[in-house]
Design a protein around this ligand. Structure first.
Ligand SMILES: [Zn+2]
Ligand SMILES: [Zn+2]
Length: 410
């Protein structure tokens, strides 16, 4: 690497980082979601399908992250060549013990860096611009490992800069750390809990995060910010209150009984590699539904007001407020003051504001929508426009109605 020209060096780094992501994510996806799909079906943490185009979207953002990581990696290697970093080439300079210790220190430093930058990205004023892209995956797939907005990718890459200026590291120790990082990251987004039922009872192991741990973060947003270990969430009271219960429930499910030969959908990896792009592209072609995340706009100032997640529920849908963008004069965590009944005084974030609906041609009717501003519930009809990019939401009171346009976020 020392003798490469700058252009060749950059190409080399782009390819290495792409392969680091692609080989790990593709292997996990093929093994758990394609080849042994039926073997792991009962362990799918959120028992629902990926939304239309989700995998492709995760892959697309991951490619932008590869480019950004490679750019920063190129900068670091250039600084190393100029003698500005603590990276050392001669293994004998610091010995085997430091080699091992340096890897442990890198993992611990990254875990702390991730927890605090992650909490920062969840600040209501920052979330939408930096971290929302990653949270478009409510039920993430392994392809979501690098699915970051470019701003988030730069922040995530900050750990490399921190490491090369704080921890003397041999290039091979850095490589071990990079492999550990992507493997843990991909498993965090696997969507399938593959660990044994007694994992959380084992005191030597249970301080490692599990797939369920990070999956719950994607589902509920406000808990489980940790990356490799559970202790930061424990120390700062952000561990999901039902983490252990959900892990127990998922790992206790009976295995789905399949007929002989059905356990493997396809044991030939060659065929499976053909299946993979087909699976991804079939998602784009499948019919559009309101399922997904939507940005709502304030009628008053025309600015984004909230993000609503619409999921399928029975025959219809359920829409939940998952993020709010308060104005400068408003409370950061507004509550529904005028709501009647059990919703009264409850935070608007996390509240179900849309429910019911039945498909009737190209529209969904017979639903209800709650306006948390005045606490009133209206009859509601919704339909998609603009190739599924916008959702028209019409609320009725008596013979009057008002139609809002929501914009697809994911
Ligand atoms: Zn994630
Ligand atoms: Zn997050």
């Amino acid at each position: 690497m020392e003798n490469l020209s700058s252009f060749d060096l950059f190409r080399h780094i782009v390819l290495t980082d792409f392969l680091r992501y692609f080989i790990t994510a593709a292997s996990a996806y093929l093994i758990f979601w394609v080849i042994f799909k039926k073997r792991w079906r009962h362990r799918i943490i959120q028992q629902r399908q990926f939304r239309n185009g989700q995998l492709l979207c995760e892959f697309g953002y991951s490619m932008s992250t590869v480019a950004i990581f490679a750019g920063i990696g190129f900068g670091i290697v250039s600084l190393k060549r100029a003698g500005f970093t603590l990276i050392y080439n001669d293994f004998g300079d610091r010995g085997a013990l430091w080699f091992l210790l340096s890897i442990v220190l890198m993992v611990l430093l990254h875990d702390a860096y991730f927890y605090w930058t992650h909490r920062l990205m969840h600040h209501p004023k920052i979330f939408r611009y930096v971290h929302l892209v990653h949270h478009q995956s409510i039920n993430p797939s392994p392809w979501a490992a690098y699915s970051f907005h470019p701003f988030e990718a730069v922040l995530e890459a900050g750990i490399f800069v921190l490491i090369v200026f704080c921890i003397p590291a041999h290039p091979f120790a850095l490589l071990v750390f990079l492999v550990y990082m992507i493997v843990r990251n991909v498993f965090g987004h696997l969507g399938i809990e593959f660990l044994p039922k007694n994992f959380l009872q084992n005191r030597l192991l249970n301080w490692h995060t599990t797939t369920t741990h990070h999956d719950l973060h994607h589902k509920s947003f406000n808990h489980n910010f940790g990356l490799y270990f559970t202790w930061w969430d424990k120390w700062f009271g952000t561990e999901h209150p039902t983490y252990r219960k959900v892990f127990d429930e998922v790992t206790s499910r009976p295995r789905v009984v399949t007929g002989a030969g059905e356990t493997l959908i396809n044991s030939e990896s060659g065929k499976a590699l053909v299946v993979l792009p087909l699976l991804i592209f079939s998602q784009i072609l499948s019919a559009q539904t309101p399922i997904g995340t939507w940005k709502t706009i304030d009628d008053g100032d025309g600015k984004a007001r909230s993000i609503v997640l619409i999921e399928s529920a029975g025959e219809g849908f359920l829409g939940q407020v998952i993020a709010i963008f308060p104005r400068a004069c408003e409370q950061p965590e507004p509550v529904c003051v005028k709501c009647p009944g059990e919703r009264k005084g409850k935070p608007v974030k996390g509240m179900n504001i849309l429910w019911g609906f039945k498909k009737s041609g190209n529209v969904w009717t017979g639903g209800s929508i709650l306006d948390p501003g005045n606490g009133k519930t209206y009859r509601c009809k919704i339909w998609l426009e603009d190739s599924g990019k916008t959702l028209k939401v019409r609320g009725y009171w008596g013979i009057f109605w008002r139609t809002q346009t929501w914009y697809r976020e994911g």
